[in-house]
Design a protein around this ligand. Sequence first.
Ligand SMILES: CC(C)(COP(=O)(O)OP(=O)(O)OC[C@H]1O[C@@H](n2cnc3c(N)ncnc32)[C@H](O)[C@@H]1OP(=O)(O)O)[C@@H](O)C(=O)NCCC(=O)NCCS
Length: 168
Amino acid sequence: MTDTRHGPLRLRPAHERDAPFLERMLLEAFNWDRPRFALAELLALPRAAHYVSGWPRAGDFGVVAEDARGRGLGAAWARLFPADDPGYGHVSPSVPELTLAVASGERGRGVGGALLDALVLAAEEAGCPGLSLSVEDGNRARGLYERRGFVPVGREGNADTLALRLGG
Ligand SMILES: CC(C)(COP(=O)(O)OP(=O)(O)OC[C@H]1O[C@@H](n2cnc3c(N)ncnc32)[C@H](O)[C@@H]1OP(=O)(O)O)[C@@H](O)C(=O)NCCC(=O)NCCS
């Protein structure tokens, strides 16, 4: 069991009311190495905002990590994108793209790994053929993915597209 600052970690499905929290976690993902964007700036960029806009859409699924007080610590979620409106880690319209982030003060204690495991399980249960994502050069998050079987399948700019094949 992973412990947070306030007791054991709890994982639960992401609901419609979590949309503002997912927006904050999207910001953490885009600002992974430095403060590049404010939230309003990020959400004004269609190619970024479409990871969360209208949450939840048909086919979306996600997991939220909370501490014992119900405070959000991080989230992982997956969304399908059509070929003419891809995310940064697109491989196929039938393979959802994964977004993962943990609040900055809570990293390095297993929250991200637990979220990733739960999301992969949810993808398997949903019958997804796989999951994909984009990881920029230098992001240590890459190790989390590779330890779970994600492999590089493409490259765009300074980022690799990683994908995990599932049985669905
Ligand atoms: C990546 C992230 C979700 C991992 O969550 P976490 O709770 O710190 O992860 P865990 O404690 O389960 O596992 C630690 C692993 O996470 C990775 N990691 C990435 N950034 C990290 C950070 N700032 N602190 C600690 N671990 C980090 C490493 O692979 C680390 O493994 P290592 O010890 O072998 O280097 C989290 O650090 C984060 O939100 N980073 C900013 C957003 C981001 O980069 N999202 C992914 C975009 S592809």
